[in-house]
Design a protein around this ligand. Structure first.
Ligand code: ADP
Ligand code: CIR
Length: 342
């Protein structure tokens, strides 16, 4: 392919870091699952409003295309080429008493991690057969889960529009037709091989074959962040008893989007902050200090509604899982304090 034409609308880290020299060096390379630079950057080219604009097809992509990925990883996570990732999934190390016992601000808490099976390409490069194999393996493993983690797997293929839309609207299920994932090749053969597992209370959920092969999710109403983290840690440990996930010492857990590397964790609250909503400068001072990201309440790239925001940790690599949740928790405590001062 030719060097892409970036317009002033292209705002991604990919368009920032893909110089013509780097492009020429990487343009003819491919990984062993035949993933190319053209596939990696297509989403950022087709969607000029991308924040990141690049996806990996496999663990090897991060090495073969390192001249592009490394500066993006460094800028997003503040993580240098020689740094080592560290993991800590011991919920006892988290200090997080409920910061909103009266339930005035925090509507719900959700913590998710992404995982991908070792030696199988990531979503952008997986074959249709491999995707079905992943669905079979993971749903079979989950069928052995017991007690509060016991649930049912619901394939997307065959799910009624009504059930699907209710699950999406209630924040449990991924949306259909995301344009960023579409141009990254992640929606191929949709809806086959995709689905959601959840317990009756919908406090433990697993998405299969969306942006990552697994998204393991713990969520519940209110601000008991520790309880949500404890449930997630238990579920991850249980899954790791019988499954091997793609992981290395430098990049931690391997995910298709470089923002998710490391812990692959996003810990969030939906929180009502009507006063701060009128004062975004003060709001962002706090979110920047605590390494937080602000999203709308219908997920990434959505707008906030009625002064309710999705607040989550931004760093995921080079910090432990406990630190990711602690970043979010400490920031939420500071936001509530500021909200009360108005
Ligand atoms: P991801 O968490 O995988 O980065 P999204 O930002 O698209 O993806 O969010 C996925 C879904 O999770 C959306 O429906 C979103 O509203 C919901 N969600 C995120 N955080 C919370 C929360 N704290 N409480 C309830 N739902 C949430
Ligand atoms: C984008 O570049 O905007 C999309 N590909 C999504 C990037 C992931 N977003 C994030 O900040 N975690």
């Amino acid at each position: 392919m030719q060097y892409p034409t970036f317009t002033k609308e292209h705002k991604s880290l990919m368009s920032k870091h893909l110089s013509e020299d780097i492009f020429n060096k990487l343009n003819t390379l491919n990984t062993s699952s035949f993933f190319t630079l053209e596939q990696a950057i297509n989403s950022g080219i087709k969607n000029p409003d991308s924040g990141i604009g690049v996806y990996a097809g496999d663990e090897e992509s991060y090495k073969v295309f390192e001249d592009l990925f490394d500066p993006i990883i460094e800028e997003y996570h503040g993580f240098a080429k020689d740094d080592k990732h560290q993991s800590n999934l011991d919920a006892n190390d988290l200090i997080a008493p409920n910061p909103d016992v009266k339930g005035k601000y925090i509507i719900s808490t959700r913590i998710r991690v992404g995982r991908n099976l070792k030696n199988i390409p990531l979503g952008p490069a997986i074959s249709d057969e491999q995707r079905l194999e992943v669905e079979k393996l993971v749903s079979k493993e989950l069928s052995n889960f017991e007690n509060d983690l016991s649930g049912t797997y619901y394939p997307l293929d065959g799910m009624s529009e009504k059930d699907k839309n209710t699950l999406i609207e209630d924040h449990f299920l991924f949306k259909t037709g995301d344009r960023f994932l579409e141009s990254a090749g992640l929606n191929k053969d949709w809806p086959k091989g995709r689905g959601i597992y959840h317990n009756d209370e919908k406090t433990f959920l697993v998405w299969i074959n969306e942006e990552d092969q697994l998204r393991i999710i713990s969520m519940q109403n209110g601000g008991n962040i520790k309880e949500v983290f404890q449930r997630l840690c238990k579920a991850i440990q249980k899954l790791e008893e019988n499954m091997s996930f793609s992981f290395n010492e430098h990049l931690g857990y391997i995910t298709s989007c470089p923002t998710n590397l490391g812990t692959a964790m996003r810990a969030s609250v939906h929180i009502k902050l009507p006063n701060l909503a009128q004062n975004m400068k003060e709001f962002e001072k706090i979110t920047n200090k605590y390494y937080l990201q602000i999203r709308g309440i219908h997920g990434e790239h959505s707008q906030s509604e009625d002064g309710i925001f999705d607040i989550s940790n931004k760093r995921r690599l080079g910090v432990t899982e406990v630190q990711c949740v602690q970043d979010m928790y400490d920031g939420v405590v500071a936001l509530i304090k500021k909200e009360q001062e108005f």
